[in-house]
Structures are given as C-alpha cells and as structure tokens.
Design a protein around this ligand. Sequence first.
Ligand SMILES: Cc1cc2nc3c(=O)[nH]c(=O)nc-3n(C[C@H](O)[C@H](O)[C@H](O)COP(=O)(O)OP(=O)(O)OC[C@H]3O[C@@H](n4cnc5c(N)ncnc54)[C@H](O)[C@@H]3O)c2cc1C
Length: 402
Amino acid sequence: MDFSVSPKMQTIIGMINEFVDKELIPLEAEFISHDFRDMLPVLKEKQAMVKKMELWAPNFPQDVGGMGLSLLEHGLVSEALGRSPLGHYVFWCQAPDAGNVELLHMFGTPEQKEQYLRPLVEGKIRSCFSMTEVDMPGSNPVMMETTAVKDGDDYVINGHKWYTTAADGSDFAIVMAVTNPDAPTYLQASMIIVPTNTPGFNLVRNIPVMGHEGSDYASHGEILYQSCRVPQKNLLGPEGHGFVLAQERLGPGRIHHCMRWLGICKRSFDLMCARANFRVIRPDGATLGSTQIVRQWIADSAAEIEAARLLVLKAAWEIDNVGAKDARDHISMIKYLVANTMNNVIDRALQVHGGLGMTDDTVLAYFYRHERAARIYDGADEVHKMSLAKRILKTYEGKIVK
Ligand SMILES: Cc1cc2nc3c(=O)[nH]c(=O)nc-3n(C[C@H](O)[C@H](O)[C@H](O)COP(=O)(O)OP(=O)(O)OC[C@H]3O[C@@H](n4cnc5c(N)ncnc54)[C@H](O)[C@@H]3O)c2cc1C
C-alpha cells in the first residue's frame, strides 16, 4: 500500500491550498452571515477562475468534462477543499451533485446524459437527491411511502420527502419511489429523474437546520410530490433497482465525505493551535498552550486525525484495488470514526477559543452547527456500528478463543 503523493497531485494540492487561502477564506464571513443566494455572483467569479486553472470538476469523468481524478487523488483534493465550507462548491465537486453525476454517468441513457449529465458537469445546472421521507425511517429506507405509478407513458409520483439537500434552485431531482410494490423488498424502488419545474413538484420549505433555513445550494428542502407526472423515459437504470444504484452512489461518496471532514479537522486544528499559542492567560505571559489540558487536546487531536486519515486512505486504496465489496468493513468504520473525530476536534477548537468560539468571527461555530449532521446522514453512527459488529461477530461463530 503506497500513499505517497505524486508530483502532479502535489502541484494540484498546492494550487488548491493557495486558492482556498487567498480566494475563499476571505469570503467566509459574508457566507456565514448572508443569504447564500446573494453570494452567487461572487462565487461564479471564483468558479470562472477555477475553470481557467483547469481544476474544474476534479472527480468527474473526463469524457463529460471533468478532470477524471482517481478516488485516492480526489480524496486528497477533497481534504484540501474541505478546509473552507465554500471549497467543494467553487471547484464543482459538491454533494449531492457529485453522487448524481456518478449515477447518470454509470446508468443514464444517452439522452439523459445529454440533457442532464453534460450541463450538470459544466456547472450550468444543479441537482438534488430525494430519498429520505418525513414519516419513514431514513435508516431503513426500504420502508418507503413514495410511489411512482405507471399511467400511459408516464410515472405519476406521490410522496412526502425532506432533507432533499440543495433542492432550492435545483433543476432536477433524482427521486426514489416505489414502482414495484410486489417485488422482493430491495427491488421495489426505482430512481426517477424529476425536473423541478414539473407541476406537482412542490418545495414546501427550506427546513431550518440548527437555526438556519439557508437558501439555494446551502439548504435542505421539504418536498411534496403531488401527482407529479414525468415520462417513463426518466427512469434511471433498470426499474426496481433504486437501492442497487444507491449502493453504487455511497461507496466513493463516503471517501469524499470523509476526506472533506478531514479538511475541516485540519482547519479547526490549525485554528486551535494558533489560538493556544496566541492567547495569554496570566500576567507572566503564559499562554493557553502552556496548560496541560490544552496540550492534551492538541496531542489527542493530532493523533486522532492522523489515524482517521490513514484508515480513509486505506479504504480508498482498497476500493480502487480490490473493489468496494471487499472494502466494506473499512468503509463502514471510516464513516463513524471520521465523523466523530471531526466533531471532537471542532469541539476542542471551539472550547480553546472560549467566547470567541461561539461567535461567527471564526468559522468554528459554523462547523459546529453544520457538521454535527455528519453523524446522522449517509447512515447514522449506530446503524454502521450495528451492521459492522454483526459481520464481525459472524466471523467468530463457533470459535472457541482461549
Ligand atoms: C444535513 C443533512 C443532509 C441530508 N441530505 C439528504 C439528501 O440530500 N437526500 C436524502 O434523501 N436524505 C438526506 N438526509 C437524510 C439522512 O439520510 C437521514 O436523516 C438519515 O438516513 C437518518 O434517517 P432519519 O432521519 O429518518 O432517522 P431515523 O431512521 O429515524 O433514525 C434516528 C436514529 O435512530 C437510531 N437508529 C436508527 N436505526 C437504527 C438501528 N438499526 N440500530 C441502532 N440505532 C438505530 C440512530 O441513532 C438514528 O440517528 C440528510 C440529513 C441531514 C441531517
């Protein structure tokens, strides 16, 4: 296993770090305190700069206009971009579009690719992914109430979804709906492309999350599908294979999320260490960093980040080399390990900043509010732990250990 970074990737990461420091971090105060939609003009300017640097859409396939980086390579990019909450959006590798690009690239018809995939990769349109329901457990999504019933050449969709991230301002949604209620459980639902201007696609509200409704890309929508009619040619992949496709979407996406979270760890850690050295807490000039407890937080954070990072790189290497199925255990582990490492590091960094940490004068309070969700979306901690432990226990069945 070789995690050395090639000269090409070292150059790319260097360029990204410089761009994040110079162009994005200075925009964060406005981003945190303003409506995201108001920032679109300046963000478009930054996106044009990224295109000129030929770093646009780093993880998207080359045949549709992306850079075509490997999973491991994009992991490093994701880490560098994760240092700022604006990074992924400006370089156009943000969730949920990234997952939708993968789905359309793997399973889209030539017509769907032309209509949705190409403009999505070019950044001309945005998309969202609509699976979780208000009244059903997202942790067990096969319990789904949304239906898509055939009527003539169309599907008619009815259902109540929420947490459709970035629905506000999206051009289309990929919607999970039950099309084959009599099939075996995992073959009942399908993915269907629904343009958001279709009558019956009703964005009820942007859900307030930790006190903020957000807008446009930075929002989470509640959507009522009411007799929402789309042509059957909008089916993505085979009918009834929605969960099979969803699995494909989660493997590489997990690495991207985890590396983004490690970028957040890095930024929070940098802020924590700088503050620990700077803040004088006694008349003799002693700083926060001279206290035993802050040193312990710094040492623990450094070790936890490094350990988490190595496990993510190992999982990415395994996906690239032996396939996602054999990497399953490590893919589960990194989800809860990195989400919790990140939450611990943000919390310590905020604590070191005292009252300042609670303000929006640093990015820490934003991270604290928005990244708590990492322990819930993409499979809650407990769900991953339960299924991993079940698999581990299976390997011990009938074994006597002395
Ligand atoms: C910020 C954010 C963005 C999101 N973006 C999207 C999106 O773009 N598209 C989309 O479709 N969805 C999205 N989601 C939804 C997300 O996928 C669900 O919230 C998640 O799957 C959990 O489902 P739930 O909220 O219904 O919780 P539930 O399924 O009700 O679970 C609640 C809690 O119960 C516990 N639990 C559940 N099952 C088990 C079990 N088997 N064993 C032990 N404990 C268990 C866990 O602690 C869990 O946190 C997003 C969520 C958040 C917070």
